[in-house]
Design a protein around this ligand. Structure first.
Ligand code: AMP
Length: 433
């Protein structure tokens, strides 16, 4: 099979690393890829948003399957454009990806189908937002409708912070057109977990559980980021609870989308709050989480390629996916300044040594190769730069290996959290897969 992966971050490196192990694979391209991906795939200099050029490339190269990593090309209709040319794609259509692309759509969809979430209102101007103040108690959450790279969610503790948020969203227009509409919703208390499954439009193949760490600072402090680390299993949900989440949330979502004429083929990601009244949906993504993909693909035993190909064809051929019993952990190394303006172009050395112990994999996110005196040199080239991942007999062992690899990477500027998994290890382990 000739396969094209779209994207160029740690998630896409992990996808390419896993697909490259398939005996069914004959050619693997990645657009645009990165220096790490270039070790396992041919990189193609086309941006993920350049739908026309991606489709032309897939047609010209007779690509058998396209796998889309990031959300933006999905919401721009890449899957639709490929399908219109008769090409197979694993990733939702633009209509199905609205689940991620529009929080207003997602909230109303959840309400229509009776799927548990936080109470909410939709407002389209500052006056309506001010009128809704206090309706959901405190704290309260304000969310820009459209994609805002994970930054369009504001939490207000009191009236003053609420007023600041309303001004930022509607008057300063800090999130642009993505905040033409805003969801205001009640704050949910509990532990946050992510839950993902592959869908072929009708059937569901749940992935193992995982937990990600979104804040930049230890102890969940500081601003939200794209994700600073994660592990699988989450250790927070029993196998039974995971099954209930699949039955009461993920399956109804897939069935609801199909019933509304927008069947979802791809990876459905639900961000959930485990509240005292049971799990509730915080958000949906229409693609793999990053860095959750890295740990889940490390643990996946099955060959990924035939699973994605069957999904793209509308019919999974296996009843479930198999995961290693070992745990996997990931520590993200970011540039100084992230999630604000990252300082870039710093040399990174020692990756070969750091990645050599068995079970350790280092996936590239924001790296670049630049010409140095006699050779090329690897430098930082983004906010999140590397995903340092490891398998281990249990979560503690996986974390220990990942952190040992982090210390051997020679990059003085690296910023990372030192407490990935710490809180989960400190409380009773729920088991689960
Ligand atoms: P979202 O992009 O909607 O997942 O929001 C980003 C983050 O904000 C989530 O990962 C949560 O940590 C937090 N958040 C969002 N909605 C709520 C809510 N209703 N209650 C509590 N925290 C929330």
């Amino acid at each position: 099979m000739r396969v094209l992966v779209v994207g160029g971050g740690g998630r896409e490196h992990a996808l390419c690393w896993k697909l490259a192990q398939s005996p069914l694979l004959t050619r693997l391209w990645c657009a645009p890829g990165n220096p790490g991906i270039a070790q396992v795939a041919a990189t193609v200099d086309i941006a993920p948003e350049d739908i026309n050029r991606l489709v032309d490339f897939a047609v010209a190269q007779r690509v058998d399957l396209t796998v889309v990593g990031p959300e933006v090309p999905l919401t721009l209709g890449l899957a639709d454009a490929l399908a219109a040319r008769g090409l197979a794609v694993f990733g939702p259509t633009r209509a199905a990806a609205e689940l991620e692309g529009s929080k207003v759509f997602a909230k109303r969809f959840l309400e229509r189908h009776g799927i548990p979430s936080a109470p909410f209102a939709v407002v389209a101007d500052a006056a309506a937002a001010r009128e809704a103040m206090g309706r959901f108690g405190w704290p309260v959450v304000l969310k820009a409708d459209g994609l805002a790279a994970g930054k369009g969610v504001l939490i207000a503790q009191d009236e003053a912070e609420y007023e600041d948020a309303v001004r930022a969203l509607f008057e300063e227009r800090r999130f642009g057109a993505s905040a033409d509409q805003v969801v205001i919703e009640g704050f949910l208390h509990g532990e946050e977990v992510s839950f993902m499954a592959l869908s072929d439009g009708e059937r569901l193949l749940p992935l193992a559980t995982s937990k990600d760490y979104k804040r930049i600072g230890d102890g969940d402090t500081g601003p939200n980021t794209g994700g600073m680390g994660c592990h699988s299993p989450s250790g927070l949900v029993t196998a039974g609870a995971a099954e209930r989440i699949a039955e009461t949330i993920l399956r109804p979502v897939i069935a609801g989308l199909a019933a509304e004429g927008r069947p979802f083929t791809g990876i459905l990601y639900a961000g959930l709050m485990l509240t005292e009244d049971g799990p509730r949906v915080l958000e949906f993504n229409a693609r793999f989480g990053d860095p959750e993909a890295q740990v889940l693909l490390l643990r996946l035993e099955d060959d990924l390629l035939p699973v994605l190909a069957a999904g793209a064809a509308g019919r999974f051929e296996v009843p479930e996916l198999r995961f290693r019993s070992e745990a996997a952990a990931c520590v993200v190394l970011a540039s100084p300044g992230y999630p604000g303006k990252p300082r870039q172009g710093e040399p990174i050395r020692g990756l070969g040594r750091a990645g050599s112990p068995p079970g350790v994999e280092i996936f590239h996110a924001g790296t670049a190769l630049v010409d140095a005196e006699s050779d090329t040199e690897l430098v930082s080239a983004g906010g999140r730069v590397l995903s340092v991942c490891a398998l281990g007999a249990d979560l503690a062992a996986a974390l220990e290996r990942a952190y040992a690899a982090v210390t051997t990477i020679d990059w003085p500027g690296k910023v990372f959290r030192r407490d990935i998994g710490a809180r989960v290890l400190a409380r009773p382990w729920k088991g689960g897969t």
